[in-house]
Design a protein. Structure first.
Length: 387
């Protein structure tokens, strides 16, 4: 878990200037829009504004020098285990691997190496990456692979028109923009962003958008209640589903099914920010220098895929997913007597599997077409109905 610290480290003068430039740009947009934009637009600009957003501005995001650690950065066991699921899918639906938002490239490099060991290297390992800075880091990782594996990798500017094989997204859906909605005694409101005297703030306005309002009315939690509604994540799933001729969409992220997502204990939502390995809830702190995330509503993801013609093939915790695929067997290949190698790997596995770490908060979900039921990663520990 990331520490919650109200006193984050101070950015360098250059980083602060970068953040201030983005803040001025967002403030101008708010002014041009009449003094208010919805939070989804603010989040999109804070994360993805060309050259200035958190994911497009070039600063380190992952690992010790970044803001958070993802499972592939934490341990090579993650990609080695995931490769078993990818190999099974490629046997059922021969084709390519497409990774969305490949981060530093660590998972792609480790996954290709593991797939090579399993004799299941895809013809192409494709990466859709909006950040030029991250793309450069990914290319550095690929350059360290054997040439025959590095040649498989290609970078895309947009989604291909047709997909066959495996689409992977690890910690991608949580970083897609979300709308903030406030259910109050006097109605349903959308919580948007204003700018005044160089500061951003929240302001609620009556929710009038048809699709968003219908979604909010259907949820109908006890008031008062504030939470997120994600329209971008289901839209991405639908777009992918429409392109899949045969294959599987596999998402790994933190979140809940809808009933748990909008539980009473989450009456203030799930929005969270990460800056220099500290977690907090202020999305207006240092825009462009911090990550802004929301837990994933996996029911919405499942509905979007099924409505677009895919089958829900499985939904389980990361712990069950990795254990089903044999992570403990992979760990056991390193002799316990070799303490210098075994103990770090065992500690990494503990973080991936422990309920108090990533084991239960992270989930895996698979949606597919033309592959049949029964993927190994979901053999045990199904979390029940999402639809």
């Amino acid at each position: 878990m990331l520490p919650r610290d109200p006193r984050p480290p101070q950015p360098s003068p250059e980083a602060l200037a970068h953040s201030q430039a983005l803040a001025r740009s967002i403030a101008r947009e708010i002014q041009a829009a009449g003094g208010w934009i919805d939070f989804a637009r603010y989040m999109e600009r804070a994360l993805y504004a060309p050259g200035l957003g958190y994911y497009t501005g070039g600063a380190s995001k992952f690992g010790g020098e970044g803001d958070f650690v993802t499972a592939p950065e934490l341990s090579p066991l993650f990609a080695a285990t995931l490769a078993r699921q990818v190999a099974e899918i490629l046997a059922l639906a021969p084709g390519d691997v497409l990774e969305l938002g490949a981060g530093s490239g660590r998972m792609a490099a480790d996954l290709l190496t593991a797939l090579d060991d399993l004799g299941r290297v895809p013809p192409r390992y494709r990466i859709l990456e909006p950040s030029a800075g991250l793309r450069a880091r990914q290319q550095e990782h690929m350059a360290q692979l054997p040439a025959r594996l590095a040649r498989c990798v290609e970078w895309l500017e947009r989604l291909p028109e047709a997909l066959c094989g495996v689409v992977l997204a690890n910690e991608v859906l949580d970083a897609l923009p979300v709308h903030l909605v406030a259910w109050r005694e006097d109605g349903i409101f959308e919580r948007g962003v204003t700018a005044s005297r160089g500061r951003f703030g929240f302001e609620d306005r009556p929710l009038t958008d048809g699709a968003l309002r219908a979604h909010a009315q259907r949820i109908g939690p006890p008031v008062p209640y504030v939470s997120e509604i994600a329209l971008a994540a289901p839209a991405l799933v639908r777009s992918l589903a429409e392109r899949v001729a045969q294959g599987v969409l596999l998402f790994i992220d933190y979140g809940f099914g809808e009933a748990e997502y909008y539980h009473l204990q989450r009456a203030r939502g799930t929005l969270m920010c990460h800056y220099r390995h500290r977690a907090h809830d202020d999305p207006f702190l240092l825009p462009g220098l911090q990550d802004i995330t929301s837990h994933v509503n996996f029911s919405a993801v499942a509905h979007a895929g099924v409505e677009a013609g895919l089958r829900l093939l499985g939904y389980t915790t990361q712990s069950h997913f990795l254990i089903n695929l044999g992570i403990t067997e992979l760990l056991a290949r390193t002799p316990a007597e070799q303490a210098g190698r075994y103990l770090p790997l065992a500690a990494q596995a503990q973080r991936l599997l422990s309920p108090s770490e990533m084991g239960e908060s992270f989930k895996a979900i698979a949606l597919g077409r033309g592959t049949g039921p029964g993927l190994a990663g979901f053999a045990r520990g199904d979390l029940g109905r999402l639809l």
